[in-house]
Write a protein that binds this ligand. Sequence first.
Ligand SMILES: Nc1ncnc2c1ncn2[C@@H]1O[C@H](COP(=O)(O)OP(=O)(O)OP(=O)(O)O)[C@@H](O)[C@H]1O
Length: 361
Amino acid sequence: MKGNGAIELIAVSKFYGSTQAVKSIDLQIPAGAYCCLIGPSGCGKSTTLRMIAGHEVISEGDLLIGDRNVTELPPVKRGTAMMFQNYALFPHMTCAENVAFGLKMQGVSPADRKERAMEMLTRVQMAQFADRKPDQLSGGQQQRIALARSLITEPSVLLLDEPLSALDPFLRARMRDELRRLQQELGITFVHVTHAQDEALALSDMVVVMEDGIIRQKGTPQEIFNQPKSRFIANFMGGQNIFKGTVSESGPAGTLLARGPDSFFLPGFADGKAGEELEFTIRTDLIGLDETAPQEAQNGQIPVEITTVEYLGLWVRIVATTSDGKEITLMKTESEFRQAPVRRQDKYIAYWKPEHAHVLA
Ligand SMILES: Nc1ncnc2c1ncn2[C@@H]1O[C@H](COP(=O)(O)OP(=O)(O)OP(=O)(O)O)[C@@H](O)[C@H]1O
């Protein structure tokens, strides 16, 4: 594939009239990375993708792809290709013609076009459908054709706008594997906009979470999920309970928080200031239930009553409520649950190991 697909956005902004959809963002995506842009509706992720593609003018700032400043260049000169949510295939053309279209535009000879289109169709496992029209294909098959079509011009960057959202859950998971496999085989940079947390976690080398035109956090899927920087990220990515407390003591060993009659120790966190309010997260799968207070005094613990037990197949989701109405979510594997079943209105101590607490900024 051509060129070097490293992407750098430097203080990039987008204004629509007086609305600022993207607010001076800086972002570096290494060449060959799979990067997902994620965030709630209206956060500016599609606008950012379209600015990288050149389908939207950059109001302020600079965009570098490889070692070139492409801020002012039209889409075809950027070395990028875009795959749209609705695939945008030409209905009157066969799959092979759809795939070869970009080469035709470049003036490649018919024989070479055919050969390269067939190679690309083979890569996406669609060679046997070369002569069909798009309306004779399933959604997943149309998507493979759209992928082949966007890759045929050998871009160094592929931009994907919600590429899986039109597929049913089963196909989505399959196409997810397929996208990752293709990206790894081709070694090009993929930038993929999604609103699905599981998709971003499953696909990415790098997840970028946006809110209100700003990048709130970027990192590996593990970092984003396990070390959310804020309440917003923890809530948005899910899988976490958020607790609040007031610092009562802080020293080199850690910080002690008080919450009503309960206190929580945060080992390794020495930055608490007495009287300050702090928030920390505990993953829903790292909270246990015990009939009595656990022996290890440093465990976080809080009395609860079970208010919901929801069977989800592989998992059982339990909601436990504290005496002041705070809801704590616990996820147990089905086999864990079978070994220690709980029922609504049972009373327990919810507890966690202090090292599982992650302090929010
Ligand atoms: N052409 C436009 N003219 C005016 N405002 C726009 C235009 N396109 C987007 N916006 C606004 O810019 C903001 C960001 O939009 P954008 O489409 O980038 O969000 P998004 O995060 O991709 O949302 P979604 O997940 O709903 O697609 C929104 O407030 C939107 O209303």
